[in-house]
Design a binder for this molecule. Structure first.
Ligand SMILES: *Cc1c(COP(=O)(O)O)cnc(C)c1O
Length: 457
């Protein structure tokens, strides 16, 4: 174990205390059968580990912006917490930009990447001075137009796809030959087009690539950065001055969903980068990173009450309140996104006892709504709780409104040394039924019955 506690033992202890505290406090119970919990201590530790890992490999004075990929956990209090830890924001939609601004993130600490930015989004970003990475030639045309009409402080770059290949999960592999992101560098004429784009635009000062997310091996991530760095070097050489002053290496550090340990670590990745691409760290380039999952995943837990414990075909089935609405990827693509499940009793204490192979089902009305299938766990009973671990990124913050299931409340927690328990803060209220009706067209109840074709009047 290193100074950051990467075996995760302390995190597991904090989590157990939080589950117990949530039941005691009534944040979780018969009338609040599902919650999301966020470990504030753990989030702070990960943010510090990220900063320390890159500080250790960069030349003194190198500007480094760690921009959290907001899509991983789009919750304003989380963005504010990360801001306090010196982390900026990477946004990819007007909604995410609004969240970052609501959290108080400065434009200079915000980066806009998205494959489908509208003209209005680009105009706003350039007016605010937010960094923008152009995804493709048509987007660069739009930026050209804006740069002719007004001055902007925005650092501007181009996103390239180094086409170094995919990982074990197709949906999160962004550097395949045909990925929809960035300028596909190995396509005929593409590299020359990119070089010319910089030659003709002295204001293009950044280069961006994000080689992929979960499922990409570290070695492939390093290759993606290597290719991007080599291109920056080539461009600066051909221009004859260091026009590209910052390289945005994207995010994508994979998360270990199989056990408590944090692996790989930011330190391992930063060292692998330094070994593979030493020139990137010699002080000639500023750096931007865009980590999402690796900052938050290990610090979130979904806890759901077992409403009924039944048996079907000899298989015990715990019917809980956590399913496809909070664990969409896991339910639809279980082979790629398995989650660890922890069993707690009705008082929120870790459950022991012999392990029994059982299904942990969700509340949605289709047969495949299973959090875990055929999993060996202490037998879950009615009134117990099942926790889906490592769900702080891309899970409970990404509600999927199947069956009009309500978004669960999300609470942050810290240990309370006075009581030995935990303290909670509301991050997001549970969704109300009124809100579900409103979001489902409730204000337009007669809209369709009063819409007639002229003849039918
Ligand atoms: C999703 C995304 C990220 C974050 O990826 P993680 O795997 O969550 O670290 C970073 N940059 C871009 C451009 C992305 O699309």
């Amino acid at each position: 174990m290193d100074e950051y506690g990467n075996t995760g033992e302390e995190r597991a202890v904090r989590r157990d205390e939080a589950v117990r505290g949530a039941v005691e406090r009534g944040l979780l119970g018969p009338d609040a059968p599902i919650v999301g919990l966020l470990d504030v201590t753990g989030i702070r530790e990960s943010a510090r580990e990220l900063r320390a890992a890159f500080d250790a490999v960069t030349a003194p004075g190198t500007p480094v912006l760690h921009a959290f990929a907001v899509k991983a956990t789009p919750l304003v209090p989380v963005l504010r917490l990360l801001r306090e830890e010196g982390i900026g924001a990477e946004v990819a939609s007007p909604g995410e930009l609004a969240l970052a601004r609501a959290a108080g993130l400065a434009p200079a600490r915000t980066v806009l990447d998205s494959p489908a930015k509208t003209a209005a989004e680009l105009r706003e970003a350039l007016a605010l001075g937010i960094a923008v990475n152009a995804d493709n030639p048509q987007e660069l045309d739009r930026i050209d137009g804006l740069m002719r009409s007004a001055v902007s402080r925005s650092p501007l770059g181009i996103r390239v796809n180094p086409q170094v290949g995919g990982g074990s999960i197709g949906a999160t592999s962004t550097a395949t030959e045909t990925s929809k992101f960035g300028v596909a560098l190995r396509d005929e004429g593409a590299r020359e087009w990119v070089v010319r784009a910089y030659l003709e635009r002295p204001w293009l000062s950044r280069l961006h690539a994000h080689t992929g997310s979960q499922g990409i091996p570290l070695s492939l991530m390093v290759r993606g950065v290597e290719e991007t760095y080599a291109l920056a070097e080539e461009i600066n050489r051909r221009i004859g001055r260091p026009q590209i002053d910052t390289i945005d290496i994207g995010g994508g550090l994979p998360v270990n969903f199989a056990s408590e340990a944090t692996t790989p670590t930011y330190t391992e990745y930063a060292r692998a980068l330094k070994a593979g691409v030493p020139g990137l760290f010699d002080g000639r380039y500023g750096l931007v990173t865009e980590f999402g999952r690796s900052l938050l995943a290990k610090h979130g837990t979904i806890v759901a009450r077992v409403e009924y414990a039944k048996s079907a075909g000899g298989r015990p089935v715990a019917v809980t309140h956590a399913g496809v609405q909070v664990a969409t990827r896991t339910v639809y693509v279980p082979g790629s996104w398995p989650l660890r499940i922890a069993a707690y009793d009705g008082k929120g204490r870790p459950k022991s006892g012999p392990e029994v192979v059982q299904d942990v089902a969700g509340p949605a009305c289709f047969a495949g709504d299973l959090l875990a299938e055929g999993r060996a766990l202490p037998l879950l009973d009615q009134g117990d709780y099942a926790a889906a671990l490592d769900t702080g990124a891309y899970y409970f913050a990404h509600h999927y409104a199947y069956n009009s299931l309500a978004r669960p409340g999300v609470y942050g927690f810290v240990p309370d040394p006075q009581t030995g328990g935990v303290r909670f803060a509301t991050v997001r209220e549970p969704q109300t039924l009124t809100s579900i009706v409103a979001e489902s067209g409730g204000a337009h109840v007669g809209a369709l019955t009063t819409l007639h074709t002229p003849e039918s009047r």
